[in-house]
Write a protein that binds this ligand. Structure first.
Ligand code: KIV
Length: 301
């Protein structure tokens, strides 16, 4: 497949396909790994062509693009619709799909069926599953089915009702010990990478030093092997104040509002479209039409 860069940026130097093995190599070489979310074809292409190594179709799409209150409502079919669109735009990055709430909680058979759908129908290369040591057996079974798994511990948004809100995890001694047990259990289960979300920097650093799998932090400080952020957060497309760890790298809300406002004004003031933005009849058709109209006019007059 050959893709022309959307933004006109060359990507000859980005032609290496990112694999699961590549992530481990990066950890061993202490080279930071980058990951962003994408939920559709154009954002997938832009993120891929910018050289981001991992693209996650996160269940955060529930809030970011579907307008749900939290991530609990989004379904496997809704996720798959977006995973397929992103797949069509990704050439180099490793493509991860989030297993949504309910898709791996009922029993191992349905979890395996759903994970398989993300690979077979969606084209994902890795599935992400939230939860620590209590998910280790299930994760082992998914990996045994030849599907690489990304773990996700700490502030796991699918547990919002159990956690009583989106709270930083691992602040007490027992919380730190639990997180360490979670990380080690998932590492032993064979996860290909591990998202650490909303935990103290010190704990993320300890986990990163302890496990052989690459850690990808979000709100977990700078000592992780990589960092992930939600694309809509860094572009100011969330209609909400950003979390402490979010850095805004652009203002798409302002850009879109300005463009839409300018279109509206141009149409209202009849400055859009101009003649050069219109299609025209071929010369012969125009001449024929003029003759017909002139004849009609003469008959009427
Ligand atoms: O759903 C998501 O976008 C995520 C990342 C924030 C890690 O899980």
């Amino acid at each position: 497949m050959s893709l022309t860069p959307i933004g006109g940026r060359p990507h000859d130097d980005l032609c290496q396909k990112v694999t699961v093995a590549f992530l481990r190599e990066r950890k061993l070489r202490h080279e930071p790994i980058t990951c962003l979310t994408a939920y559709d074809y154009p954002s997938a292409r832009l993120v891929d062509e910018a050289g981001i190594e991992m693209i996650l179709v996160g269940d955060s799409l529930a809030q970011a693009v579907l307008g749900y209150e939290n991530t609990l409502s989004v379904t496997v079919d809704e996720m798959l619709h977006h995973v397929k669109a992103v797949r069509r735009g990704v050439k180099h990055a490793l493509l991860l799909a989030d297993m949504p709430f309910g898709s791996y909680h009922v029993d191992a058979e349905s979890a395996l069926r759903n994970a398989t759908r993300f690979v077979k129908e969606g084209g994902a290369e890795v599935v992400k599953i939230e939860g620590g040591e209590k998910r280790a057996d299930l994760i082992r079974r998914v990996i045994d089915a030849e599907i690489p798994v990304c773990g996700h511990i700490g502030l796991t948004p699918q547990s919002v009702n159990v956690m009583g809100g989106y709270k930083v995890q691992g602040k007490s001694l027992s919380g730190v010990e639990q997180l360490m047990r979670d990380a080690v259990a998932l590492d032993r289960a064979g996860v290909c990478c591990l998202v650490l979300e909303g935990i103290p920097r010190e704990v993320a650093a300890m986990i990163t030093a302890e496990v052989s799998t690459p850690t990808i932090g979000i709100g977990a400080g700078p000592d992780c092997d990589g960092q992930v952020l939600v694309l809509h957060d860094i572009l100011n497309l969330t209609f909400a104040p950003p979390a402490k760890f979010v850095r805004r790298y652009g203002d798409a809300a302002e850009l879109i509002a300005k463009a839409v406002g300018n279109f509206r004004a141009d149409v209202k003031s009849q400055h859009y479209p101009k003649d050069e933005e219109s299609y025209h009849l071929p010369r012969e058709t125009k001449a024929g039409l003029d003759t017909v109209l002139a004849r009609k006019q003469a008959m009427r007059g």
